[in-house]
Design a binder for this molecule. Structure first.
Ligand code: ADP
Length: 947
């Protein structure tokens, strides 16, 4: 039997093997990790550590120094050394080594009594936690004055790996005293909270070349993300100055929790754990590119997403221009950042550590090819055409484990891609507070900001538009024009774009020469040249133009100087490239060209623009989404058609007549009206016959909201009237249709002409208070309004009730899961008192308390019509329930009541057999899912519920 050796003997006997194990890779990380552990366990004191680490010594001599030191310190130090070795060395290197009983040593040290001692005892963990955010930690210490910027630079010298940088930082902070140590520990705690390591057991060593590349990537991303292209002409604002948080929510859930930037990539809301691709979707101009830009900038500054060491930002626009087959390696290095050395080693690192890498793709909707998963490509080094590479990345055959973040216009997300999505996040633009904040950031003069905001609040159609950041930007940019409008400001998107067009032309001509009515005529040639370029490109999903393309399109230097075309800021292009200020601007120019060009071919262009989804019966359409023409495949052509409708509005006729004969304009207008009407008829025809006993109901299909928006842009009530004249439904369902305030304005404009009342179901959209106000013009044709999950507050309800009591037909409202408080109940009490035909009030899952229930009870006392009252998921308590109970004692109409305090089951279809009733509290055994109230008839015992 083998004699058991002491730890000292094991260290001595295995000296050569131990030196080899620690030095064979050439990296000092192993030795340094062991030193970290020994320091934290108290096996080495600071002087020992400095002796081992004397500068200038080779790795081998430092290793020998450590072995000698441990041996000289005795058995217990050797035992800890072996334990540390067993902890740090990879399994393959441990095979021929013996660690005795030391490998399972437990750390039984006392709790450190000061921050500097904690730095020592937690050293191994701190190195791991801080290595991805050294810059952030340094930033805070410099800001608080604990270290100087030259110390900071010294620590970050590129010769050090990030782990070494952390060690140097820890060593420095240790000498700076308790407070500095405390600050660093707090920073690390904060990081710990926000960062979930992808795999706790995963250890890696970042070589100098990876660190160097990371640095280069950070500085190139930082440079690219610093400014927004829409501010490039002024140079006034950096992204930091103007960025305003947009509303980010999980797609397809009923909870409207706002997400933060880290949540988007993080685990919240994951639907498919196997998938790597996270989709951020939103309308054109809702801020998707800006959101990514912000994310890139903060990552490059090491402020967010610490667990991603490398971030590769792609633009689908730019990927479109790639003609050659590329391998994944070439794609990364050519399109994002070129490594100055050790490409193979770097690429191997990426392949070995996919969870440390993040890819972002901006503008999936701008990618030329439609997503397809026909062709599998898994080899990272083998070249393939760009679409194949891109689709395989998103779908996960290539670079499995790398998180991919893709942005796209909502309507352009191919259904087939959805199965590969980890989750979907909706970017819903600015909240009303966001608009306020943005306008104040944009205007440094508070007087001007207040003036702009005042004129926005007095024009709610425009306020509705401003929820989309790009419109908010235009309105802020053109504030002088806006304020000049007086009370009749812009109403439609086309109005807003005509305003910015005028602004840009005006801006560029000399003072004193104000543009008169003839400004379109004056700039006709420029408009046509830019318009032609825009349209031809849009039809081919082309968004970036080389200098030659611009010249071939006849676009002159002077045209460019107007500012609609800007230089593409993607620095990895050869030569100058241009793009429109925003894709919506490209669409607007394309629309102007279609309207102003006298070529008869435009007849076909208009026809193609307005081709609508081919109805195949309701379900067929929803599942298969087959389209006839480009209008819905290419969402930018959809916006173009909206602008075409707007430009053909009679309100703009006088402007366009200066350069186009009235007959041609009228002809085009007639054609558009015909296309839109036919599109709507197609929708109506596809409404299935009602099942016996059910209401005739229409579920909005793709394109419905777009057609409604086109009609609104025309601002012609006759068109709206004619279009809905033949619509015969009792229920119009528009759930999960991305309906915000802007869409509400358009819906109300059209639906107010309905011949007979409908139930309008708008659940799970982003209607908000502004949207509620926009819906009021059509409230008289709504017998029921369903607004569950819509971010509505008491303010919106005040306006809704004020109008609702004047509308005879309006009888039911559902407001489950909004932001309502007791304030709204006084409005509803008033409605119950005044409107004696009101049937149903559903206020579940809001923030109503006993005081609110008491207010409602006041209203209920005088109400002779209410049949349904939903209050579950509020907090009305015993007091509130009692108040309701008393108020309902004489009710002859109520048939359904729900008061459960928590989500779960609910009491339904309670039919009191007697008119006098009281509410009693149900015992917990009866309703284990939570406390609930049930309706109880005094003489007959508890009523039956079907919960
Ligand atoms: P999308 O990519 O959704 O089409 P963009 O991100 O290009 O929209 O936004 C268009 C413009 O709107 C930006 O250039 C900027 O002027 C403004 N914008 C968008 N989002 C924000 C934001 N979060 N903060 C400030 N401005 C924004």
């Amino acid at each position: 039997m083998e004699r058991r050796m002491s730890a000292q003997q094991l260290v001595l006997r295995q000296r050569a093997e131990l030196v080899r194990a620690l030095c064979c890779g050439g990296s000092s990380e192993g030795l340094e990790s062991i030193l970290d552990l020994l320091l934290s366990w108290g096996a080495l004191v600071w002087e020992d550590y400095l002796n081992v680490c004397v500068a200038g010594k080779t790795l081998c001599s430092r290793t020998r120094e450590l072995l000698d030191l441990a041996y000289s310190k005795g058995e217990s130090t050797c035992c800890l050394l072996l334990a540390a070795l067993s902890h740090v060395l990879p399994d393959a290197q441990k095979d021929n080594l013996r660690f005795g009983k030391c490998s399972n040593i437990q750390n039984s040290l006392e709790m450190p009594t000061s921050a500097t001692l904690t730095l020592l005892s937690d050293r191994p963990d701190l190195v791991t936690q801080l290595r991805n955010c050294v810059e952030g930690a340094l930033g805070i210490l410099v800001e608080k004055g604990f270290i100087t910027s030259s110390e900071c630079e010294e620590i970050q010298l590129p010769v050090y790996t990030s782990s070494q940088q952390v060690r140097r930082l820890l060593d420095l902070v240790k000498c700076k005293g308790e407070v500095a140590a405390e600050v660093l520990l707090q920073f690390s705690k904060r990081i710990q909270k926000t960062v979930v390591p992808p795999n706790k057991n995963d250890t890696f060593t970042m070589s100098a070349s990876v660190a160097e590349y990371q640095k280069k990537l950070c500085s190139s991303i930082s440079a690219q993300s610093h400014f927004l292209s829409t501010y490039s002409d002024t140079g006034k604002f950096s992204l930091d100055d103007i960025y305003t948080e947009g509303l980010l929510e999980l797609g397809q859930t009923s909870t409207q929790k706002s997400l933060n930037l880290e949540d988007v990539v993080g685990p919240v809301g994951t639907l498919n754990m196997e998938a790597d691709t996270v989709l951020v979707s939103g309308e054109a101009g809702s801020g998707k590119s800006t959101f990514l830009q912000r994310l890139h900038l903060l990552w490059a500054r090491k402020t967010v997403l610490h667990n991603y060491l490398l971030l590769f930002p792609f633009s689908c626009r730019k990927l479109n221009t790639e003609q050659q087959d590329l391998s994944l390696k070439e794609l990364l290095f050519l399109h994002c950042c070129w490594p100055d050395r050790d490409q193979d080693q770097l690429f191997q690192f990426i392949l070995d550590h996919p969870h440390l890498v993040l890819f972002t793709f901006d503008g999936l909707d701008e990618f030329k090819q439609t997503f397809s998963d026909d062709q599998r490509h898994c080899c990272p080094t083998q070249p393939a055409p760009m679409p194949v590479l891109f689709f395989n990345l998103m779908q996960g055959s290539l670079m499995k484990g790398v998180r991919k973040l893709v942005t796209s216009r909502t309507e352009a997300v191919p259904p087939i891609l959805r199965q590969y999505l980890r989750k979907e996040v909706l970017l819903k633009g600015f909240s009303p507070d966001g608009i306020d904040c943005f306008v104040r950031k944009h205007h440094s003069d508070p007087g001007v900001a207040s003036h702009v905001l005042e004129s926005l609040w007095s024009n709610t159609a425009l306020l509705g538009l401003c929820h989309i950041p790009v419109f908010c930007w235009i309105v802020s940019k053109c504030y002088k024009e806006l304020l000049g409008f007086g009370n009749s400001g812009p109403q439609t998107i086309t109005d807003v774009y005509l305003m910015v067009l005028q602004h840009f032309f005006h801006h560029r001509i000399s003072k004193g020469n104000r543009l008169g009515k003839g400004w379109v005529q004056q700039h006709f040639d420029t408009i046509m040249r830019l318009g032609k370029l825009a349209l031809q490109a849009l039809e081919n999903s082309h968004y970036i133009f080389s200098e030659t393309e611009v010249q071939n399109g006849g676009v002159t230097e002077e045209d460019i100087s107007k500012g609609f075309l800007i230089q593409s800021k993607n620095i990895s292009f050869d030569g100058i490239h241009y793009e429109f200020l925003h894709v919506t601007m490209q669409s607007f120019f394309a629309a102007l060209f279609i309207i102003l060009d006298s070529n008869s071919n435009n007849h076909h262009t208009i026809k193609r623009l307005f081709q609508t989804p081919r109805p195949e019966g309701c379900l067929g359409i929803l599942q298969a989404k087959k389209y006839d023409g480009p209008s819905t495949e290419n969402p930018n052509l959809q916006i173009t058609s909206t602008f075409v409708s707007g430009l053909l509005s009679k309100r703009h006729q006088s402007l366009l007549l200066q350069c186009h004969p009235i007959q041609t304009l009228n002809k085009k207008r007639k054609q558009v009206v015909k296309c839109v009407s036919r599109g709507m008829q197609n929708h109506f025809k596809s409404i299935p016959r009602p099942v016996k006993g059910e209401k005739k109901s229409m579920h909005a299909m793709p394109g419905f909201v777009w057609l409604i928006k086109c009609i609104y842009e025309m601002q012609d009530s006759e068109v709206a009237k004619n279009v809905v004249a033949t619509l015969e439904v009792e229920h119009l369902k528009l759930t999960y249709c991305n309906i915000g305030p802007l869409e509400c304005t358009a819906l109300a404009f059209v639906l107010q002409h309905l011949q007979s009342p409908v139930g309008l179901q708008l659940d799970s959209n982003s209607v908000g208070d502004v949207g509620v106000e926009q819906l009021l013009p059509c409230l008289h044709v709504c017998h029921s309004l369903y607004l569950r999950n819509n971010n509505i507050s008491d303010e919106g309800i005040a306006k809704l009730v004020e109008k609702g009591i004047q509308c005879q037909t309006f009888k039911k409202i559902a407001l489950f899961n909004n932001k309502l408080t007791d304030v709204c109940t006084q409005h509803f009490a008033y409605l119950l008192k005044t409107k004696q035909n009101f049937l149903s009030l559903r206020l579940g899952n809001n923030n109503i308390t006993a005081a609110g229930a008491e207010q409602l009870a006041e209203g209920l006392r005088c109400c002779q019509s209410l049949q349904f009252l939903g209050l579950w998921g509020n907090n009305i308590g015993d007091k509130g329930a009692e108040a309701l109970s008393h108020a309902l004692e004489d009710s002859r109409t109520l048939v359904w009541l729900s008061l459960e305090a928590h989500a779960g089951c609910q009491v339904e279809n309670i039919k009191p057999t007697k008119t006098s009733a009281t509410l009693t509290r149900a015992s917990d055994e009866t309703y284990p899912s939570g406390r609930k109230w049930s309706w109880q008839c005094r003489s007959t015992g508890p009523c039956q519920s079907n919960s």
